[in-house]
Design a protein around this ligand. Sequence first.
Ligand SMILES: *Cc1c(COP(=O)(O)O)cnc(C)c1O
Length: 251
Amino acid sequence: MSQIDSLRANFEAIRARIAAACQRAGRDPSEVRLLPVSKTVDEARLRAAYALGIRELGENKVQEAQSKSEAMADLDDLRWVLIGHLQGNKAKHAARFISEFQALHTTRLAETLDRRLQMEGRGIDVLVQVNTSGEESKFGLPPDEVVDFVRTLPAYPSLRVRGLMTLAMFSKDESLVRPCFVRLRELRDRLRQEAPDGIGMDELSMGMSGDFEMAIEEGATTVRVGTAIFGARPTADSDYWPGFAGGKSGA
Ligand SMILES: *Cc1c(COP(=O)(O)O)cnc(C)c1O
């Protein structure tokens, strides 16, 4: 099979699994956005994905995302979604090209990013990252701090807040993973009552290659899928999640 045919088959297989999970949960598949995660994937394959109709890509690191966005600047309707931790000193780079940031979890970064976006005359979609597993290695706000944090966000007009994001516990044990998704959904439902005007709370970004079907059953509106589409990565997961020591549920 050619590269593009095998990639097409992978996308079709994932879409079929999304549709099946939606059916089990009594949901409409159009409610679930598939965000392909392209870290370590080379430009040729990403151009193949674009040729197949993909118009947004998730990247964990801003530098890698930036060099890809520059190399593919001719594809001007391709959205870059940053799904990993962003250091304040890189906010000015991110502000130039990302369309969405899914890992907001500090006031300081909200301030810096908003200021940089205003300088660029841009606005982006934002999700607040929540640490639903309680693991110290994970970025994200503890669930009980999210309501207060979200109340501060109307001060940053360049950040269009859309909802919440989480990484579940990395485990093959469903009884540890599923509660993380339930926690995020319950928190979102509560925030729908308590969030200030102008703060959207429709999005739930949760679920990856190993657990996206469970996340859909629990209400995910975005699933972030990398290896199940593009194949195994040459890099270790610990490059992306500090302190990560294995045990991730397999793709
Ligand atoms: C890499 C990554 C994913 C996708 O992981 P896969 O297991 O390859 O599907 C999802 N979310 C974040 C934050 C990531 O960094």
